[in-house]
Design a protein around this ligand. Sequence first.
Ligand SMILES: O=P(O)(O)OC[C@H]1O[C@H](OP(=O)(O)OP(=O)(O)O)[C@H](O)[C@@H]1O
Ligand SMILES: Nc1ncnc2[nH]cnc12
Length: 178
Amino acid sequence: MSENEKVKNILAALKSYPDFPKQGILFWDIFSVLNTPSAARDLVSLLESHIHEKCPQVDVFVGLESRGFLFGLPLSTSFFKPFIPIRKKGKLPGKTKEVSFKLEYGEDVFEIQAESIKPGQCVVILDDLLATGGSLKAANELVSSMGGTVGLNLVCIELKDLQGRNNITSPVQSVLQL
Ligand SMILES: O=P(O)(O)OC[C@H]1O[C@H](OP(=O)(O)OP(=O)(O)O)[C@H](O)[C@@H]1O
Ligand SMILES: Nc1ncnc2[nH]cnc12
């Protein structure tokens, strides 16, 4: 199956909801893809191809809570590399580093466990969706503060009009551009 056919299959499964979670937001529901097995399979397969092409030297996968976890784990097992979570404040035990950020419909604080990334490691950050880029920018700050290098920010969906990739200095790749 070609990349184009896989993208079409994913798009056919993807649903959006107007005015969720706030008035004026069009919400793209990644779970509508995950509950369609062929679309979920094609999505993970395209994510894998992008990593092989753009960041084959990956040492560590970082997933952003919560929807980024859905993709971080299968990819880390497929590449046989560690999976490290970035979570919302107050969820991770032990010593952590934190950063505040704004996203399309709110604001929050991310944390990562201290020393979970070693200086010099090449990191792929996974998330379901890039909107304003606030979440990915904050994740990049955490990884950089630990001496890691973000080799790739990889998302399933990029909302092009919001130009979130302009807020991120490391490479960005998306499967679907909407
Ligand atoms: O580019 P941005 O404007 O930062 O928006 C994108 C972020 O917003 C959503 O996360 P949310 O905080 O809603 O968390 P969830 O995955 O737990 O639902 C989404 O999963 C991304 O992480
Ligand atoms: N429009 C949107 N749909 C789904 N998740 C999002 N996260 C930020 N903006 C979003």
